[in-house]
Ligand binder design. Sequence first.
Ligand SMILES: [Mn+2]
Length: 363
Amino acid sequence: MVSFVHTGDIHLGLQFNKVSFNRELSLERRSELWTTFEKIVKYTKDNNKDFLFIAGDLFEEKYFTLGDMKRVRDILQQAENVNILISAGNHDFVGHRSLYNRVDWSPNVHIFKNKGIEKKEFPNLNTVVYGYSWDKVEIRENVLFNRFDFQEDHLKKVLLIHGDIGTNSNYLPLDLNTLKGLNMDYIALGHIHKPEIINNNIAYCGCPEPLDFGETGDRGFIEGNISKKGTSIDFIPFSKRKFLELDLSINENMGYLDIVNLFKSIEYGNKELDFYRIKLKGYIQNDLDIEGLVKSVNDDFYYLEIIDNTIPDYDLDALERTFEDSIIGQFIKEMKSKDLKDPIVKDALYYGLEALLKGRLDS
Ligand SMILES: [Mn+2]
């Protein structure tokens, strides 16, 4: 049996310029990518894995320095008994001036650098790993598999590649049926940041640390082994933080403290660690200071972002004007002609408005 960890899309060096969080958190996030990468390498070492597969986008060429590359080298060197294989992707492609070529790697590290698919055999482990590194930022046509004969059927066969399952992609289109037809024991894919186990022997590992609110949900790596019985893989959640989006419904009967308590009662995720984007919806009392409220709950969260979709509680005169020609306007007029100080009349008006406006807003 051989055991492995499959990671990729770590994007070390990313500057987080386009995210909604501030500079301080961006810098912190940048350093967390390193920490998590180190922890994954340590995990493979501590758990005596035979292989660590890195499926591209290990780093951001644009922001990476030689010093950073040496740091990667030193981290990988620590796991001296783990065979570490790297196929570069679009963000860390192996061009002429690639930083991959500027450091001396320890013997346990192999970076695929051929023009086409390349193989690396591990006779002691009865395994061959096929890999392919990008040499430019876009690849629209995939002719890799036509030219290569994957003939080592007496060995366990692994393919490590960064690409996009589907046709019409500028990022090395991969055809799923072709991949299945390659008869691999495992295909370690990179590029898609959401982890996806396609079947028992083909998977996207996803990025180990999510990079922004486009990447909600669990993030981690794939762990697996290949034995005579076949291949088995598991997704291991591993990220330090998650990006979470949730809706909070409020209503016009809730006062300031009710809403504060609603925030305090959130049990989804880990407030001290995760990035939260909370969408507030429903009717809100007209004079409620939502900004002040957000400030007062902010300290409970590592990061809190509010999208305020609330609708101010009914301003009857305004509503009547807006919906003058519709049933809503007529309804308000009718109810106003009764005694609005009568709680029954007022309730009837508000319930009716809720129903009428809801139909309006949902459509
Ligand atoms: Mn990527």
